[in-house]
Each structure stands twice: as structure tokens, then as C-alpha cells.
Design a protein around this ligand. Structure first.
Ligand code: ADP
Length: 210
């Protein structure tokens, strides 16, 4: 596929803190716009270390077979222990995964375009944290925003984690102002009813279809 062919497609980034409603917005958007395809960065990234994942031979070589679970995927608990004992291990894993994620995303983009996608919605939880890498590749960034207290309540309800655990996750993520500074469009998903949220996404999808 030529570069010109892949460049004609509109690329939208979608991001938001945990519990902001980013996945919900992505689902609503896909339902509103048949010409848009989802590129789910987390899903792609997890697939690399799933059983049979492209990163697994290198994981075994670099970190040892102790990091490989019985099913052939990454032993996430063993990796957590290794990172706890030696924080530099996290960086080594990221260095290994980074180029593979880039390749896998590129392959998926080409596949979606081959299948006829006219627009791509990149669901990227850490878009703002990795903005140097992402912003140049995107035509516009949509941020789903809400009050931290709303995020905490939603995530506690969804995951069963306690307040402190959720607050720790929030503290490790980009702040609201850092996220909004990268945004071309902000969806403020706090007091919104489903009908209002659906309407906003419908308007946004129509805007980007033009
Ligand atoms: P994220 O992908 O940002 O972590 P989700 O889209 O999974 O967040 O949403 C977190 C939870 O909040 C889900 O249970 C979702 O159904 C709920 N939610 C999202 N937006 C709203 C809203 N406007 N009103 C009520 N609940 C919402």
C-alpha cells in the first residue's frame, strides 16, 4: 500500500483518563459512523504478550523462561514481581515492546484501510503521556474529560478496587490539564445522560465525516 493511499485517511486520536468514558465514547462513535474503524492500542499491545504473541520469543530470551506462563503468554505476576525487585526491568520491557507495538499498529492501519475504512479512531489511553510519538501521526485529538471523583466512583464500581488503589492509578496518569492541552475537542462526560452523550458523539462523528 502506498504512503499516499494511507495518508488520505483521517486519523483521530481518542484519549481520556481511566473511567472517563473513553471506551464508551469509542463504542458510540463506531455505531454512528460506518466509515470509521477502531485501532485499539491497548488491545494490540496486550496481544503482543498474549500466548503466541510476537514479543514472546524475545521476552523469553531477554528475561528468561520464568517470565513465560504455561500457556505461552507473559506471566504478568512474575513480571510484576521482577519490576518490583528491579524497577529498570519495566523500561527494558517497554524498550522491547515499543517498536513491535509501532509495527503492529501500522499493520492494523493498513488492514483497516484495505477493508475500506475512510477514518481511523485511535483509542490510545496513554496518548498524552506519549504525545511526542502520537501527535504527529494524528489529524485531531479528542479528549474525554470528567471530574476525578466521577472517575473514582466509576472505576471502583467497575473493578471492585478500593478508593486508594484507584487514586493511585489516577495519580500515575497525565493530569486533566495536560490532557486538555493536547485536545482539539473535549467531551465533558460528567453530568451527561446517555441521550446527551449519544447526541454529542453523533454531532462529532458528523463533523469529522464532512
Ligand atoms: P474508560 O474506557 O475511560 O475507562 P468506560 O467507557 O469503560 O471508561 O466507562 C467507565 C464506566 O462509566 C462504564 O461502566 C460506563 O458504562 C460508565 N459511563 C461512561 N459514561 C457515562 C455517563 N455519561 N453516564 C453514566 N455512566 C457512564
Amino acid at each position: 500500500m502506498s504512503e499516499a493511499e494511507t495518508k488520505r485517511v483521517l486519523r483521530l486520536g481518542l484519549t481520556g483518563g481511566i473511567g472517563s468514558g473513553k471506551s464508551t465514547v469509542a463504542k458510540l462513535w463506531l455505531a454512528q459512523d460506518p466509515g470509521i474503524a477502531l485501532i485499539d492500542a491497548d488491545h494490540i499491545s496486550r496481544g503482543l504478550t498474549a500466548p503466541g504473541g510476537a514479543a514472546m520469543p524475545e521476552v523469553a530470551r531477554l528475561f528468561g523462561v520464568d517470565m513465560v506462563a504455561a500457556d505461552g503468554g507473559l506471566d504478568r505476576e512474575a513480571m510484576r514481581r521482577a519490576v518490583f525487585a528491579e524497577p529498570a526491568v519495566r523500561g527494558q520491557l517497554e524498550t522491547l515492546l515499543h517498536p513491535l507495538i509501532g509495527q503492529a499498529i501500522k499493520a492494523e492501519v493498513e488492514e483497516k484501510i484495505r477493508q475500506g475504512a475512510q477514518r481511523l479512531l485511535f483509542d490510545i489511553p496513554l496518548l498524552v503521556e506519549g504525545k511526542a510519538r502520537w501527535l504527529t501521526q494524528l489529524d485531531a485529538v479528542v479528549v474525554v474529560d470528567c471530574q476525578p471523583e466521577t472517575q473514582i466512583q466509576r472505576v471502583m464500581q467497575r473493578s471492585g478496587l478500593d478508593r486508594q488503589a484507584v487514586e493511585n492509578i489516577l495519580a500515575a496518569q497525565a493530569s486533566r490539564s495536560q490532557r486538555r492541552a493536547c485536545a482539539d475537542v473535549v467531551i465533558y462526560n460528567d453530568p451527561l445522560s446517555w441521550a446527551e452523550l449519544t447526541q454529542q458523539i453523533s454531532d462529532l462523528a458528523a463533523h469529522f465525516r464532512l
